[in-house]
Design a binder for this molecule. Sequence first.
Ligand code: SF4
Length: 350
Amino acid sequence: MNARSNEFDLPAAADRVRTLLAREGAVLVAHYYVDAALQELAEQTGGCVGDSLEMARFGRDHPARTLAVAGVRFMGETAKILSPDKRILMPDLEATCSLDLGCPAADFAAWCDAHPDRTVVVYANTSAAVKARADWVVTSSIALDLIAALHARGEKILWAPDRHLGAYVQRQTGADMLLWQGACVVHDEFKGVELELMRAEHPQARVLAHPESPEPVLAQADVVGSTTQLIDAARRLDTDTLIVATDQGILHKMRAQAPGKTFLAAPTAGDSATCKSCAHCPWMAMNALSSLADALEHGRNEILLDPALGLRAKRPIDRMLDFAERRKRRVQASGDLARDGALYARVGPA
Ligand code: SF4
């Protein structure tokens, strides 16, 4: 059995999904945090493994009429919002996210009503109803650039739901931001003091951290970025040892992209704890080959969305995708040097 998989006959389960994807004319879109077997299958079958921004773009642009989304519920909803005419199936509709759960639409709407002078920016990890109330949706790969652009235009921001990512963006850009107090149950657990001890044990190691982590962790990071940016940094940084402060699912891709390097999971607890690094999302862990096969075989676990709500939620997502496209064209126009500059602008204390 795979170290993180709960499936006993992986090759047979993978074959079953492969056959059903072909039968249903479906493509598999998977997040970096799901089981390695699902990530590999997505790549082997012409699908995509990526962060939530890449998943959204890939699903929208792919010609398949059925998207099988391995991730958490807001990712399936985002796929449906962007592709309302496609069928979106997920391994488990109960796979959610603490950020989504911690930002109920009615409470969020009341908060927005209380601050009508602010531009509303929400993280992708939210329900369709919360997105429908926003001016902009962002992912962690684009939050910094977008808020910097809004700040430069003199806009004041209402930010939800992740307080650590919001505070990080606020520190980096100096923008005027009011923050919803949500947190990711995985990243919120990383401990700054324990990380200091680990760095003392491995003085040559560099630290990669996702900005959903608390400030004492980000302050020690050599690179702060989205999952894709951290994988890129793992490959590019000139060091043998990397300490990684994000969900351990990412290590599969990092090891593949940077073979020969040593990856240490950042600590979520001290030596006396039963588990020193337990950073794995319980909802991402609900994604399994067997439940994906069942969903494909029987058309189960389909994401259904009120079309009017989907249309309202699509507008701020489209704005993000347009912004990301314009940024990509600017970076490409200025060559690799500019791209590296953008990535490593975040090197050093965050
Ligand atoms: S890792 Fe955190 S942010 Fe990502 S889905 Fe799980 S709870 Fe949500």
